[in-house]
Design a protein around this ligand. Structure first.
Ligand code: GCV
Length: 655
């Protein structure tokens, strides 16, 4: 048994699921298909782990213990029902995927020590599209990857060993993921050719592995491919030659991969090509690709992460936060029905705290998806502990008020895409505790009503220990970790004080005079970006009236976002009775203390968690402490020097 590698599929890591042997010894499979075969393999693997034996296959349910699989359409796509009785366990799925999800759900909970009486469950996915985006490059690197090399590509080609990919497909489908885009949205030269004859057979092998687990494969494509591959002089989406090239491309892809999902596109963003070059808009660009895929049932997923990355910091009228809405809102209703807009959770870029993107709910006549970042680019890079489910949940639960009270983001989207945190490291995610984010992403987008605590607990019990007391401690560490990270990095939603480009560690002014549009505007009197209509960039007007008023009005603005929306004096009094500057000092001192407590709490578990887990995580907690101290001292010194105001508690601030 290799617990790091097994992640949350560590069946038999202790005695918790011994009671299931009686059922797993006989499998009665009353449905068929490639995904059902994967469900059966999983049950066989679990039984093999527990007993060393292979289950018997029976054609009729028996009364002395058996495991039954069947399909019942009424449960809906991806839905399932698990029922546990003295005689049998039945997993019914609304379709093949539903059966597979039900099997995994049962095994994960049973191996986490959840008792039989709690395992009779009926669930169905909230969204039809539950996607993972890899930012993997053909040369084996991973953009913003902190877990080793790519598991998809090496030396310019797709990998040939499918073992690791099969296990990845198992992990993803076990939490209900049904789509994956396997290459980086920044499509470089080699990856541009993934859609051509030379590479499609290899891509098709990968697609087959994922299809066995009910997961459709997508590719990120280069909008300028007709020029780069076919030598056309243009990539204009309205040019007939361009349209025809994409049609041939789609035709050829589906010949190799009948279950192909479609294209993911980053266009006119961060120097990537796109329709703007030809005076066309995003709808014209996306619809052209959508028309090529439509006959085969494919989709275009078009990213809304579009902004000017060459702004002049002197220009106070431009606000990067406004860009996605400004670009896409006017196009509502103009996209084809197989186009999905992928909107980042916040209007900037995956900061530890941002407002929720104003585009959610603002495009009622367009298919929208929410994009989350599971890989911890700005949130600790799988060194600092940062369980992200609470943040994603806040976004899905956010009331947009478009269409009246109760218009939650989760009701305005058809799915989600999460940027993967996985690489070739033994434990998949660099920090083994970051496995909670991958698991949590899948669970949350399957059912946004779940609490972050419940998800964390399920993961800890399945992946680390079913011992409730130990699991409780780890779960609390996870659930508090986002607030801790935030407290020593980004006061009150200001963001962007990270080391430029690398994005780990503090550099308060690193981005302050850059072309990226990411400023905190600190001066000797105060700090924060004024995004109000009254005196600032007018970003608040992109929200429905209820939210616009809340953000516009400094006393109604949620405190954690104060500096995201307002420029305030250091002497501004917060509801806690502290001044802004005192809050900054306190939060950074406390954050660094809490980072130390994390290590202490982890050390208290030394004898109670598997050794390999313990070691990998301990190393990272030690680094987190150093990181948090550096943040504390740099930020506190910086603001002391700017403001000249002392810490009322007289703690050590370097002058
Ligand atoms: C894949 C940020 C990241 C980039 C990333 C980009 C995006 O800017 O730093 O690495 O590129 O977002 O989401 O496209």
């Amino acid at each position: 048994m290799d617990m790091l590698y097994d992640c949350w599929l560590a069946y038999g890591k202790d005695d918790s699921m011994k009671w299931t042997e009686k059922y797993l010894s006989r499998l009665c499979v009353l449905c068929s298909g490639r995904v059902i075969s994967s469900a059966v393999k999983e049950l066989e693997a679990a039984f093999g782990r527990l007993t060393g034996n292979i289950p018997e296959r029976i054609s009729q349910p028996l009364s002395e213990g058996c495991f039954i699989l069947r399909i019942n359409d009424s449960l809906g796509a991806g839905g399932y029902d698990i029922s546990v009785s003295d005689e049998s366990i039945t997993v019914m799925g609304g379709d093949e995927n539903g059966v597979l999800y039900g099997v995994f759900r049962f095994l994960i909970l049973a191996s986490g020590g959840y008792p039989p009486e709690s395992l009779s469950i009926t669930e169905k996915p909230c969204f039809p599209l539950r996607m993972i985006d890899q930012w993997d490059n053909a040369d084996g690197t991973v953009e913003r990857g902190y877990s080793g090399a790519s598991i998809f590509f090496e030396k310019g080609r797709p990998v040939s060993d499918m073992k690791r990919l099969t296990d990845y497909a198992r992990l993803l489908s076990s939490v209900g993921i049904n789509a994956i885009c396997i290459n980086n949205v920044n499509v470089h030269r080699t990856e541009t050719f993934f859609i051509t004859e030379g590479l499609l057979p290899d891509i098709a092998k990968i697609a087959g592995i994922f299809a066995d687990y009910g997961i459709k494969l997508y590719l990120s494509v280069n909008f300028a491919a007709p020029m780069e591959i076919d030598g056309l002089s243009t990539a204009d989406p309205l040019d007939e030659r361009v349209k025809s090239r994409w049609k041939c491309t789609a035709d050829n892809i589906y010949r190799h991969i009948p279950e192909f999902g479609g294209f993911l596109v980053k266009a006119d963003s961060e120097n990537r090509p796109g329709p703007h070059t030809y005076g066309r808009d995003h709808a014209e660009g996306a619809n052209m690709l959508a028309a090529a895929l439509k006959p085969f049932g494919g989709n275009v997923i078009w990213r809304c992460f579009v902004y000017n990355c060459h702004v002049d910091w002197r220009d106070r009228t431009t606000d990067r936060a406004k860009a996605a809405y400004d670009n896409f809102k006017p196009l509502d209703g103009k996209f084809a029905d197989n186009v999905y807009l992928q909107i980042k959770n916040g209007p900037m870029d995956f900061q530890i705290r941002e407002a929720v993107s104003p585009l959610f709910g603002a495009m009622p006549d367009t298919n929208c998806l929410c994009e989350f970042q599971i890989t911890q680019e700005y949130t600790g890079q799988q060194i600092d502990l940062c369980y992200l489910v609470p943040m994603w949940k806040e976004c899905l639960d956010f009331d947009t008020y478009h269409g009246g009270e109760g218009s939650l983001v989760s009701r305005n989207i058809l799915g989600a895409a999460g940027v993967s945190n996985v690489g070739s490291d033994r434990c998949w995610t660099g920090d083994p505790l970051a496995g909670a984010n991958l698991y949590g992403y899948g669970r949350l987008v399957f059912d946004p009503a779940l609490s972050a605590e419940k998800i964390a607990m399920e993961w800890v019990r399945a992946a680390i220990t079913a011992d409730e007391e130990t699991a409780e401690v780890i779960c609390k560490m996870l659930v508090s970790s986002r607030d801790i990270y935030e407290s020593y990095t980004s006061p009150l939603g200001v963001g962007w004080m990270v080391t430029p480009h690398y994005h780990y560690g503090v550099d308060v002014d690193g981005y302050e005079y850059s072309p990226w549009g990411t400023y905190h505007y600190s001066d000797r009197n105060g700090m924060g970006a004024d995004r109000t209509k009254a005196t600032g960039t007018g970003y608040t007007a992109q929200y429905a009236p209820h939210n616009e008023e809340m953000y516009e009005n400094v006393s109604a603005c949620p405190e954690e976002l104060l500096l995201f929306f307002h420029h305030l004096p250091y002497t501004y009094m917060l509801s806690s009775g502290k001044t802004l500057i005192q809050h900054i000092y306190d939060s950074h001192f406390e954050g660094a203390e809490k980072a130390e407590e994390l290590l202490m709490r982890w050390r208290s578990l030394k004898e109670r968690v598997p050794e390999e887990y313990y070691r990998e995580a301990e190393l990272r907690f030690e680094k987190q402490i150093e990181n948090s101290r550096q943040w504390r001292d740099v930020i506190n010194t910086y603001y002391y020097r700017k403001s000249g105001i002392d810490d009322i508690r007289g703690r050590k601030i370097f002058r």
